[in-house]
Design a protein around this ligand. Structure first.
Ligand code: SF4
Ligand code: SF4
Ligand code: SF4
Length: 201
């Protein structure tokens, strides 16, 4: 074979490779565009509270947080997701240790205290999201029959990097992570001002 024909074959090969790469890039762009209005969601009904949400996220403090559904919360005085009920009991019936390892659950009396009967007192439990890392310990303790199942995990979309392949989704044992349009998420998924820029809420 002459030098001339070898060079021609080489140039033809390069042109084919460049063409294939260009087609691939366009295809990737189209895939990304088709998925652009979707976000990573977490289905609390499938979550088994395994704890991987706290450790598998690419962020140092995971984009997942515990959230209290106040419509389902019992406002319990002895909340099993707040107090570690296996720890030593105090004179007032509460417990010495708390469940949350990051001290991220706030407990506030609702209304006026009834000193005569502490069981008439109700408490609101809110999550300090600057501290919570979605470890799911409180969520696990809130499961029925101990609790009402009001606490659950959610991905905070204003924190999430929207990774092409979410590392939590790859590790999640019951496949509770999925891609969905933010607009189709249940109302509780969204918090005020948290919707991703440009996402239809
Ligand atoms: S990795 Fe999956 S099962 Fe584990 S806590 Fe997160 S959502 Fe729940
Ligand atoms: S998920 Fe973990 S860090 Fe967050 S409030 Fe519950 S126990 Fe605390
Ligand atoms: S997509 Fe990335 S940033 Fe978002 S929850 Fe998954 S791993 Fe974390």
């Amino acid at each position: 074979m002459s030098d001339k024909s070898t060079r021609r074959q080489f140039l033809q090969g390069c042109a084919r490779a460049a063409g294939a790469a260009a087609v691939g890039a366009v295809a990737l762009k189209l895939v990304k565009r088709a998925d652009a209005d979707k976000v990573w969601q977490l289905d609390p009904k499938l979550c088994s509270e395994c704890g991987l949400c706290a450790t598998r996220c690419v962020l140092k403090q995971s984009a997942v947080r515990a959230v209290n559904n106040f419509d389902e919360c019992g406002y319990c005085r002895i909340c099993p997701a707040y107090f570690d009920t296996t720890s030593e009991e105090k004179d007032d019936g509460t417990f010495t240790r708390l469940v949350c390892p990051r001290n991220a659950i706030r407990r506030k009396l609702v209304g006026k205290a009834d000193p005569a009967d502490p069981n008439n007192n109700y408490y609101e439990y809110t999550i300090d999201e600057t501290r919570c890392n979605g470890c799911a310990r409180c969520v696990e303790r809130c499961q029925p029959n101990a609790g009402n199942g009001a606490l659950h995990l959610q991905v905070r979309h204003d924190l999430c990097r929207d990774c092409n392949q979410c590392s939590i989704a790859a590790a999640c044992p019951p496949a509770a992570f999925y891609r969905a349009r933010l607009a189709d998420a249940p109302a509780g998924y969204r918090r005020r001002g948290a919707a991703k820029k440009g996402a239809k809420a």
